[in-house]
Design a protein around this ligand. Structure first.
Ligand code: NAD
Length: 509
């Protein structure tokens, strides 16, 4: 394996990395990357298509089948992952700023994202060196030796979204490399920059050429080709339900492995007993605000569905609406800004359409519901939208059933524990949910009944690299993070050895 290479010079529009070379798109096409805070372009990337995807899969295939990476020792693979983590820490400010400008999040959120990305690399390095490397199975005789081993799955295609561009990429790249695979990644066409930067760091850390390939470009060309390509062994997709279904359908033709991390419609269930003290009330309101509005609600696990006990509804919603109205919106790099813009014009229009449909269906607007006035920190051209609280919602409303992916919180109420659980589970998704209560027994009971991949008790949003992340229902297939997040990138093989072979004489002749 090559040693650390040092940062390489790359021309700005050469954002396609295939077989160790930084390239323009085969077609020569480029795309401007916009800053959602003012809708002005601030970078240019190559706009790849099927031909670039084809070349990248070919390079990954050769690197996997003939290259050194899959035969590199676990210790050396882990060492490379740790070098990548160190480089991420070194470049934290640069990458945090890039993520903030590209995705429209605050600079502090951008920095935290980079810390979490480094943590993912360290976690999978530790996990892979800490394992036993297979399992001996008792085959019932001293003459038989049976062992179950894990091998890399091969060439992995990774397709990622725009809300946590580098974090979502790292949950795929780190375990894939730890397991010894080669990959082609296609970041979202609207937020490709930090993923390009990550591939630069992988090169700098000494990853052999061809193991990490990136094609910047749209989903319907590059993504679709990767999903259907016979040279790809596994496709791991994070994004919306509609695109996820298309990826699964395309992948089915070649029966490749499929991992899907899709959307959510996540309930935040608040029992009155959680609000019995002033401190409890303040905490539950504060966390409900954070659950729904961090990153303008563009979070797959956003707690956009508040399900609150009827007896505390009015007080709870009044305080929530008051505080939502005080959230400081602006360009993520400005001091004092708490929430950035939506990522695109399309995303803001989609949010506006959901709010309009909710109001038409009888919801009551308690906060937001419009674009904010421009200000010194909020250019008029930016895609800002006010944090919005919609009261008196019910389960049949479109805004309650579908993922908004914007700063919109709906309020529903319940009277009994059974009713709360039924509402929280009444979704086709099942990514995450929370229960707020001062009653420890009720907390565990409700958590046990929620059909969601992550359940928080008296908290919202934290995740741990050691704990699996993923969804029930239409929130996806498979898990990222934790031991299962490494297993996604492996094949399991049973090797059965007969140390004293003899004829079986099944056939007499
Ligand atoms: P999206 O589905 O529009 O796009 C995701 C990726 O898929 C992009 O790279 C896109 O170019 C690509 N793509 C689109 N059509 C494709 C096709 N036909 N074939 C192959 N690739 C295609 O999603 P988005 O708007 O970028 O992201 C938001 C969605 O992601 C939300 O639904 C959110 O809940 C989900 N998400 C889920 C998780 C999770 O962990 N479950 C995490 C983050 C985001």
């Amino acid at each position: 394996m090559a040693g650390p290479a040092g940062p390489a010079e790359r021309q700005p529009q050469k954002t396609i990395h295939v077989g160790g070379e930084w390239l323009e798109a085969v077609s020569g096409a480029t795309r401007e990357v916009l800053d959602p805070a003012d809708a002005k372009p601030f970078a240019v990337v190559a706009e790849g298509d099927e031909r670039d995807a084809e070349a990248a899969v070919g390079a990954a295939r050769r690197a996997f089948d003939e290259g050194p990476w899959r035969r590199t020792s676990v210790a050396d693979r882990a060492a490379l992952l740790r070098r990548v983590a160190d480089l991420l820490v070194r470049d934290r400010e640069r990458l945090g700023l890039l993520e903030s400008r590209d995705a429209g999040k605050t600079l502090e959120e951008g920095r935290v994202d980079i810390d979490c990305v480094a943590d993912a690399f360290r976690y999978f390095a530790d996990l892979v060196v800490g394992e036993g490397g297979g399992r001996v199975v008792d085959a019932g005789s001293d003459d038989l030796h049976s062992v179950v081993v894990h091998e890399p799955v091969g060439v992995c295609a990774m397709i990622t979204p725009w809300n946590y561009p580098l974090l979502q990429a790292s949950w795929k790249v780190a375990p894939a490399l730890a397991a010894g695979n080669a990959f082609v990644i296609k970041p979202s066409e609207i937020t490709p920059l930090t993923t390009v930067a990550l591939v630069e760091l992988l090169v700098e850390a000494g990853l052999p050429a061809g193991v990490a390939n990136i094609v910047t470009g749209p989903g319907h060309t590059v993504g679709a080709r990767l999903a259907e390509h016979p040279g790809v062994d596994l496709v791991s997709f994070t994004g919306g339900l509609v695109s996820g279904i298309k990826v699964a359908q395309a992948a089915a033709v070649t029966v490749k492995k499929v991992a899907l991390e899709l959307g959510g419609k996540n309930p935040n269930v608040v029992f009155a007993d959680a609000c019995a003290t002033e401190e409890g009330f303040d905490t539950a309101v504060d966390q409900a605000l954070n659950a729904a509005f961090i990153h303008s609600g563009q979070v797959c696990s956003a707690g956009g569905r508040l399900i609150v006990e009827e007896s505390v509804r009015e007080r709870f919603v009044a305080e929530l609406a008051r505080r939502a109205g005080r959230i400081r919106l602006g360009r993520g790099t400005e001091d004092g800004v708490e929430c950035g813009p939506l990522v695109s014009q399309q995303q803001r229009e989609k949010t506006e359409a959901y709010v309009a449909s909710a109001l038409a269906e009888g919801a009551v607007l308690r906060a937001g519901g419009k674009r904010p006035e421009p200000s010194e920190v909020r250019p008029a051209t930016g895609y800002f939208y006010e944090p919005t609280v919609l009261d008196q919602c019910h389960r049949d409303m479109k805004v309650v059933r579908e993922e908004v992916f914007g700063p919109v919180l709906t309020v529903e109420t319940f009277r009994t524990e059974d009713e709360a659980v039924a509402l929280a589970n009444d979704t086709e998704y099942g990514l995450a949910g929370a229960v707020w209560t001062a009653d420890a027994g009720r907390a565990r009971r409700v958590a046990g009944r929620l059909r969601h991949g992550t359940v928080w008790i008296n908290d919202f949003h934290p995740y741990l690299p050691q704990a699996e992340w993923g969804g029930f229902g239409k929130s996806g297939v498979g898990r990222e993070l934790g031991p299962a997040g490494l297993a996604e990138y492996r094949e399991t093989k049973h090797v059965y050895q007969n140390l004293a072979p003899k004829p079986v004489r099944w056939f007499a002749g």
